[in-house]
Design a protein around this ligand. Sequence first.
Ligand code: NAD
Length: 506
Amino acid sequence: MTASVTNIDESRPPVVDTLKVLDKVSGSVIEELPVNSPERVTEMVENARRAGQDWSQLSVKERVKYIKRARNEVAKGRTEIFSLLERETGKARADVVGELLSVCMDIGHIASKAPGWLKTRKVGTAPLFGKKGRIVYKPHGVVGVISPWNAPLTLSLGDAVPALLAGNSVVIKPSELTPLAVKRTIELMNRVLPPSVLQVAIGEGAAGQALVDHVDMICVTGSPQTGRRVMARASQRLTPVLLELGGKDPMIVLEDADLDRAAAGATFGSLLMGGQVCMSVERVYVEAAVAAEFIDKVVENFREIRVGANGIDAEIDYGPFTSANQVNIVESQLKDALEKGATVLIGGKRTGEGAGVYFAPTVVTNVDHSMEIMKEETFGPVLAIQVVKDSHEAIELANDCQYGLNSSVWTRNIARGIEVAKMLEVGNTCVNECVLSAGVQNLNFGGVKASGLGFRHGGPEGLRQFAVPQSLLIETRRRKTEFPWFPYAPKQAGHLDKLIGLMYGR
Ligand code: NAD
């Protein structure tokens, strides 16, 4: 796949001095924040590096104590965080509260495991017997975290917390559309954390670029375009990158699936947060024998979905778009699909009242891979369903896509489900489940192909990616020489040659 990489995103508006953060329901300005210039971001990284000198010297257990106390502060201040997050994203209250709960739970899990996972490891030293081998986990230094607008807390603190526990200091650059809840959360955490260990930089792509130019590891959650720009820029200093990018997640429904469960899964998976979820179900391949029944059930489910303005007592399942621009992408993909012969079974248009931009739950069928809606990320409340003759066609079509993030297979035959799952070119697959895999701490969550590089969660490796594994080889005996050292013994090469013959074949 080819991609043009530039350092500046020309499609974005020019850099501004202040950010007006909008309430996505009323359209009013919640707060106007000064933008941090690239020079100021550079200064933040320098401060973080200085603060990291003491922070990295603490034991992991001491850092765990700080992070848990910081979590207490966040929990105490949660009402304000909920309000900011709800207003700046437009999400349903349940999603907002669930987001903070998942952050708190993740902190609990990783904090309990960090001391063990970051402990110096003893390893064997073969073929150099009698020596000691150790792997020491040292912090990278300053980790930059660039996050998107759809789940501002999870997608910034999800990287920041393990990075902090590993001894790094962190600068987060939240999305320009949703910086408020992240900023407030960090202020609350900073009531207990040492100064400059965790900071927030406000701004658009330019602030993100400045971060990339100075940090020692950069984590980006966003679109593949941003991922490519960041990786190209990071390559100048060979800075390690963690890229969590977009998805076009397929769902495969085999003819022996529990259709009620599959239809309910498709409904939740495609409409959660109005479809503005990287691991949401965007396209379905259903075997012909059960297609009509499955599609009927999905449409019935979609009819029940409530869309509207959010709020503590609002009875809605999802609210307006967080990024108003997203509706143009959704409408343009639908237009393309309709022009090429697709059929909208329900929805297909804007809905709701007021300043917020709402889109009705939409099911589209008679689709194929000539249409953008089957290959490009939609990130809206739209489910495209293609009927296939068998599982082979489903697998082929699922893999015919630049993305490879999440996916799901639905069948009563679990062994067959796992077999199909393994044939998908993706980072994650659920069998008779969808979306929720991203919340399971012991499972890696990350993408392949244009969906990214590296992963979150996933046990010791998930945490250790925020550390540099330094290898130590230690000789404690006072030996005068070693076999491979100078001077080479007479016939040494001949002996080694014989050894190869003895061990691996004459
Ligand atoms: P985006 O790529 O437009 O922006 C993401 C972040 O990158 C923002 O903070 C933005 O300011 C910053 N940025 C933009 N240009 C930059 C540059 N040149 N250098 C440095 N930083 C720059 O993405 P978005 O519209 O905010 O979010 C939606 C995208 O995120 C979707 O593609 C979605 O699938 C993806 N996403 C992926 C995951 C995952 O875990 N894989 C999770 C959520 C969202």
